[in-house]
Design a protein around this ligand. Structure first.
Ligand SMILES: Cc1ncc(COP(=O)(O)O)c(C=O)c1O
Length: 447
């Protein structure tokens, strides 16, 4: 394993991230433990902002909270001057509770509920990204009698099939997201919004998928959207002020992944959009990007303690850790592949090929198939790289496993930003009808 560039091996032979010894972090905070490198996250944010600004005059970078969200991360994004993309009432609530400025929030979702929209409207969310006719009707009803017009974007399905896993492709016509340009639904959506006295259409949005390496997909999307914008202007006179191209830039999970550096990718995206508009007689809109994975993904490392090891002679060796699919579900969901090292033996050669299994009661709970590690033993700390995105945010309590803690590290400092769930919290919402539990709640010591 070649260790990612922002990790080091210290004098003890331990894996270190931003000046913090991961073995000590595991001892101090327990495992499984999500570790996020603040320096790296900030660098990724700055690279996006600078790269885009180099190529395009009017830009905004919004962090896609679905990749990883908690209140501390909202504050960090605010400090970096990013907007925020939220996709549910829970994400919106988190942002508002962190004091994130509502006018810098884009609220997405293919089926926002009445209650979610009400909360968004009451709190002055800057922009709603409309995804369907039902939502237009609902908003017209909720905004009836209000004075202010609500700024919105319309999400489009541009008909682009990004080269990525089928579950993370979202721009094709056969998708639950967006109104299709082909066939005229998108134009109908535009007309419905323009007919509404309470909605102010700012422009258009498309998100074609996730873990994308080939920037040509964005160029094609920008071309299709620009063409649609011209068609809309010809048909209705409406000129879009905003073009939001979503997120999706890929990161390095394994040595086979070769993403462009963030700054370079942002710059090229800006250049491509600029070129698209330079060939059209259309005022250049503000360009918004919504990266999630490429902001936090490579900043994360998850630490586990190795316990049981099972060797099946002639077949394989299973090395089992104290977490798995409940905290890192992408392997089970998308056959995702991660790389890892033994954090307390990071300087030693990785010579033994093993399979890392989680502790959930599922045969499919395998974290990493056939990975070379440095002679794993019970008690060793396994560090899995590139786990900052879509891990904690997708984690579950399957098997009633408590969700791990999250610690933020920066230049030798470490701070807990999400506490480990307790068994008490796991049963907190269980109700005990007297009919079923006459003996009342028995007190059980927390493990
Ligand atoms: C609308 C939208 N924007 C942005 C993103 C962020 O994508 P990524 O984390 O791949 O950058 C997503 C991810 O699903 C999305 O659905």
């Amino acid at each position: 394993m070649n260790i990612p560039e922002h990790f080091q091996i210290n004098s003890k032979g331990h894996l270190e991230v931003s000046g913090c010894d991961t073995v000590e972090l595991a001892k101090r905070f327990g495992t499984p433990l999500y570790v996020l490198d603040e320096t790296r996250i900030r660098q990724n944010c700055r690279d996006y902002v600078a790269g885009l600004a180099e190529a395009y005059p009017d830009t905004q970078v919004c962090y896609a909270g679905k990749a990883f969200l908690c209140r501390a991360i909202c504050c960090l994004m605010q400090q970096e001057g990013l907007g925020l993309d939220v996709v549910s009432g829970g994400e919106l609530y988190t942002a508002l509770k962190a004091g994130f400025p509502p006018d810098a929030i884009y609220f997405h979702g293919n089926n926002k509920s009445r209650e979610e929209l009400e909360i968004a409207l009451q709190n002055g969310v800057g922009c709603l990204v409309i995804d369907g006719f039902y939502e237009i009707e609902l908003l017209n009803e909720l905004l009836a009698g209000k004075e202010k017009r609500q700024p919105v974007l319309l999400r489009l399905a541009p008909g682009v099939e990004a080269h990525t896993h089928v579950y993370t492709r979202t721009g094709q016509e056969d998708s639950k997201f967006g109104l299709a340009i082909n066939g005229g639904q998108a134009l109908q959506g535009v007309k419905a919004i323009l007919n509404s006295p309470r909605l102010e259409l700012l422009g258009f949005h498309a998100h074609i998928g996730s873990q994308i390496f080939d920037l040509a997909s964005y160029e094609i999307t920008a071309g299709i959207l620009a063409g649609f914008m011209a068609e809309v202007r010809a048909e209705t006179g409406f000129v879009a002020k905003v073009l939001n191209l979503g997120g999706g830039l890929g990161i390095r999970y394994t040595r086979d992944d070769k993403p462009l550096p963030v700054r370079e990718a942002a710059k090229r995206t800006g250049q491509m959009v600029r070129e698209v508009f330079s060939t059209l007689d259309y005022p250049r809109p503000k360009l918004v990007l919504e990266p999630g994975r490429s902001i936090v993904g490579d900043a994360g490392v998850t630490l586990y303690t190795i316990g049981n090891i099972k060797t099946i002679p002639g077949i394989r060796k299973y090395v089992m850790v104290d977490g798995g699919m409940a905290d890192t579900p992408r392997v089970a969901l998308y056959q995702a592949v991660y790389e890892a090292v033994i954090a307390n033996k990071a300087g030693r050669p990785a010579e033994e090929v093993v399979t890392v299994a989680g502790k959930a009661c599922e045969s499919g709970d395998i974290l990493i198939w056939d990975i070379p590690l440095a002679a794993p033993e019970p008690g060793d700390i396994l560090a899995v790289f590139a786990t900052g995105a879509y891990t904690y945010s997708m984690a579950s309590n399957y098997n009633r496993l408590p969700r791990p803690a999250v610690v933020l590290v920066a230049e030798g400092q470490r701070e807990l930003i999400v506490a480990r769930e307790t068994y008490e919290q796991i049963v907190a919402n269980d109700l005990l009808p007297r009919r079923l539990c006459p003996q009342n709640e028995r007190v059980v010591a927390e493990g």
